[in-house]
Design a protein around this ligand. Structure first.
Ligand SMILES: [Zn+2]
Length: 236
């Protein structure tokens, strides 16, 4: 069953509820549908997170770049892509990065039934476990869209929770590196930073702007004393 926002609004009996629903669904800081993590809790650390991979065109050079700077990150993987490139996912885990669940096919979860949400999370977890013998602790909803059902489902499944972000680079489309570098200038200690090594629509997408922006920022962040943590190291 797919819920429609107008039906929910009619049930709520007030147009204002539509606005509240939308806000609770899409704003990273919103806690209306249950608590989420969106900062590391330590102003001396940054958690880099990469969504929509694995991406055979970009993830390998990204892993090499992170290794060169001894940076560990968290990868929110799409289950369908994991099944296409399991050895790459195994490599991400073997290099000490954390793996997160970004659903199997990247639908918006805001309007989906509990059964569909559970199925999306299960199939992604299964793909990651098949590739790495690990099960992810954190999940991130596609597009950041949440629903009243999602938090309860995530908690019942025993995961750590829903991971959002406090800084982003709007790097989900091919573009020059410079605007991505400029957006990352706002990142501060304590931030969970949303980045993309993949594309939910196709594999082998171009995310070279993201790599170039990190080549610029990683040495500067390290020189300023920032330490990098995975979400598996962050207090829940
Ligand atoms: Zn995504």
């Amino acid at each position: 069953m797919i819920y429609e926002i107008p039906a929910l609004c009619a049930a709520a009996g007030a147009f204002a509820a539509c606005g509240t629903y939308t806000w609770g669904s899409v704003v990273p800081s919103a806690q209306l549908f249950g608590p989420t993590i969106r900062r590391t809790g330590d102003a001396s650390t940054i958690a880099l997170t990469f969504d929509d991979g694995p991406n055979p065109a970009i993830t390998p050079p990204l892993l090499d770049l992170l290794d060169r700077h001894r940076v560990k990150a968290t990868f929110f993987l799409i289950g369908a892509w994991v099944r296409e490139a399991p050895s790459l996912v195994n490599d991400i885990a073997a290099r000490g990065h954390a793996l997160g669940n970004h659903t199997h096919t990247h639908p918006s979860l805001a309007l989906r039934s509990g059964r569909r949400i559970t199925d999306e999370l299960d199939r992604c977890d299964d793909a990651i476990e098949l590739a790495t013998a690990q099960r992810p602790r954190w999940m991130r909803p596609p597009f950041g869209f949440r629903s009243p059902l999602l938090d309860g489902i995530v908690r019942r499944r025993g995961g750590a929770g829903v991971a959002m972000w406090s800084a982003w680079a709007r790097d989900w489309k091919p573009q020059p590196a410079e605007p991505v570098i400029e957006r990352l200038r706002r990142a501060r200690g304590g931030d969970i930073v949303l980045l993309h090594d993949g594309d939910h629509r196709v594999m082998n997408s171009d995310r070279s702007h993201t790599i170039a922006a990190l080549e610029y920022w990683l040495p500067r962040w390290k020189d300023s004393g920032i330490r990098f943590v995975t979400l598996n190291e962050v207090q829940e």
